[in-house]
Design a binder for this molecule. Sequence first.
Ligand code: PMP
Length: 446
Amino acid sequence: MTIVDDYIRLHPASAKLYEESARVFPSGVTHDIRYVTPFPIFVERASGSRKWDADGNEIIDYVMGHGALFMGHAHPTITQAIVEQAPLGTHYGSNHRGEIEWGSLVKDLVPSAEEIRFTSSGTEATLMALRLARAYAGRDKVLKFDHHFHGWHDYVAGGRAPEAEGPTSPGVPAATTSNTVSVPQGDIQAVEERLEQGDVAAVILEPTGASWGKLPLPRQFLADLRVACTHNNTVLIFDEVVTGFRVSPGGTQARFGVIPDLTTLAKILAGGMPGGAVCGKKEVVSLIEFRDGDWNARNRIQHPGTFNANPVSAAAGSEMLRLVRSGEHHTYADGLNARLVKGMNRAIGDAGIPGAVYGLASYFHITLGKEVPQPTGGVEWPVSTPPPGMTAPVQAGLKRAMLNHGIDLMGGAGGFVSGVHTADDIDQTIAGLGSAIRAMQTDEVL
Ligand code: PMP
């Protein structure tokens, strides 16, 4: 039995649903990362750290709502907040108390957040952050880093691979692409040289490194960027869509003590409902505000958005941020994550194959089939080393092999530990990785 044979045997109902799905959606999926061959699983319900698929398989989940579910699936008090709000109305088309509470919690937690504007997603948040920065600086160019992801709008689309000129994607006008410059992460000299040309409005980055720390960034780089941006009047944007409220209750900026001018947020922010935000220095965010004279017609940045700060997202998000605020769930989740990372490294060592797992706070990334050093302190990546990462066949093989053992990984390469995973989940996952590696060795994927 190969991994794929096993996968097909264990998931007949999902296979059937996929036939229907493929008639409705491109490649039968509604988000790129959910594309799995020969077919993805279909999930019917979820609770805590677990979800159950259409075939009744119980799965320990590390996708966790693409990182949104810091307190697991259907958390009782977050669910209660949603259930209590829904009958009171899901959209008032008016201001409401819930949004003040939600915004105030963001302001309390995120050091850079002097003023906030809610959006409906992380993509909308980075779109608005870049527009605010361009308007504030009076310059067109933005600088991003190779492999860093900021959503799918035109300013950043296609920006995952290294780009010589700028990110490219079919459908994005060349004029737009030409205003986005991408350089390798960690190279402060390249950044300084580019900023000194005086035409860069903003530097945007994932502050723990590309793909939520898959390519970890030397911490000093954040401090160096802060100095370079201030020196060149360039707006520094931390895209904390994934890391916000996760790397610490106040995100990466609170943990590492480097404060950006603007911050983008989503995922954990909205408690498992749709929602995002851009926040930061008042003098930048206030370009959205109404003023006297011809400011509104000439200088103001418009920001409508039907579902901005809708009452249900506000209710779920506020409850999530109240849970985040104490920090106790971080201590717990980070501890479990360290146990998971160390245990997975033991499993890889026992199997005698090249690879390593490393993490930060409550996320982890897996590299198999490639010589990489063991992480510092058993958990964190030793930064000045070759980049981690897996070949596409190894990653796809791992995703399927882990699902065969009742474990779902984000893209097959890592995941998120929540405040409701248990030590038992972690130990089952470590054993599952050992079994998955053996299956991959039998299949000669590894
Ligand atoms: N920025 C980062 C760092 C992200 O990881 C993501 C989504 N994974 C986004 C922006 C886009 O957020 P959304 O999917 O909510 O549009």
